[in-house]
Write a protein that binds this ligand. Structure first.
Ligand SMILES: [Zn+2]
Ligand SMILES: [Zn+2]
Length: 283
């Protein structure tokens, strides 16, 4: 997410009717904490050659792997502590739930280990090293909110180098994460996915479930709202859903990261219909 998008989101939230609903107020506070971080991307990622990038894409390998992130752990720990405090203040988790984040917030080694597990569990590949590890939702959400500005900053630099025609996979070409939102572009109505972790956008098939790979149109469907602006894609094979917006149906500027929160009612509806959230871990 660029600085420009972050500022536009702050402006939009400032113009909205106050007080903001709880979900948007939490998001605004979280974004303010995340926006203070100014990650610099390590030189070895900046110097990836065109050939190396294409090789990754052709082999289905995301550009970022845990060992090449080179995060500043002091900075990550400070952010993790702030996110934990915000969660305590706004979400009032019970003491048992918050015990683990509180403990991790005082211990950089635990945080590094936990963050690595979170990163690798979130990659939907069977060979992912941490695929069978368990990670509790609150700690996963806290790590997600902490690493998001770093992953997003890296993604901003790497995404322009990606040839979209070489990818079309179910997971993010930058970080390997799953999508949690989609959009149909204004030009052709092509479907793009939005990475739940780094906000990268990638071209995907119009028909097909990005979670289980199902391409059978008999078990795929979508519901739309009255204006046809939003779509809720559902898959009967894995029973997961994906929220989406059709950019051909609107003239106003759409801020995709904010749309995740503005469409929380779609998550509620999907849940009522018995569908599960698509992406693995987020708050
Ligand atoms: Zn990503
Ligand atoms: Zn599916």
């Amino acid at each position: 997410m660029t600085r420009e998008i972050v500022n536009k989101i702050f402006n939009k939230l400032a113009e909205a009717e106050q007080p903001l609903p709880q979900s948007l107020e939490f998001y605004r506070r979280l974004l303010a904490i995340q926006a203070k971080v100014e990650p610099s991307m390590p030189a070895h990622l900046l110097s990836l050659t065109e050939t190396e990038v294409s090789q990754h894409l052709r082999q289905g390998k995301p550009l970022l792997i845990w060992d090449n992130l080179a995060l500043d752990w002091g900075e990550v720990l400070v952010l993790f502590e702030e996110v934990t405090s915000l969660i305590v203040e706004k979400l009032s988790p019970d003491s048992e739930e918050i015990e683990e984040p509180n403990q991790v917030a005082t211990d950089q080694v635990s945080l590094e280990a936990m963050a690595k597990t979170w990163f690798e569990v979130g990659i939907p590949l069977s060979e992912s090293p941490a695929r069978d590890k368990e990670i509790k939702p609150l700690i996963a959400g806290t790590i997600y909110a902490t690493l998001q500005p770093f992953l997003s900053a890296y993604s901003e630099k790497l995404l322009p180098r990606i040839n979209q025609e070489l990818w079309h996979r179910r997971y993010c070409p930058v970080c390997g994460g799953e999508a949690d939102f989609a959009f149909l572009d204004k030009e052709r109505g092509a479907r793009w996915l939005l990475c739940s972790r780094c906000d990268a956008e990638w071209l995907f098939y119009r028909l097909g479930c990005p979670y289980c790979g199902n391409q059978n149109h008999h078990s795929l469907a979508y519901f739309s709202d009255d204006k046809g602006l939003y779509r809720l894609y559902v898959c009967e094979q894995c029973r997961r859903y994906l929220k989406s917006i059709d950019l051909r149906k609107t003239e106003s500027e759409i801020l995709l990261p904010l749309e995740r929160i503005l469409t929380l009612d779609m998550d509620r509806q999907a849940g009522e219909m018995g569908y599960k959230v698509g992406r693995n871990f987020a708050l």
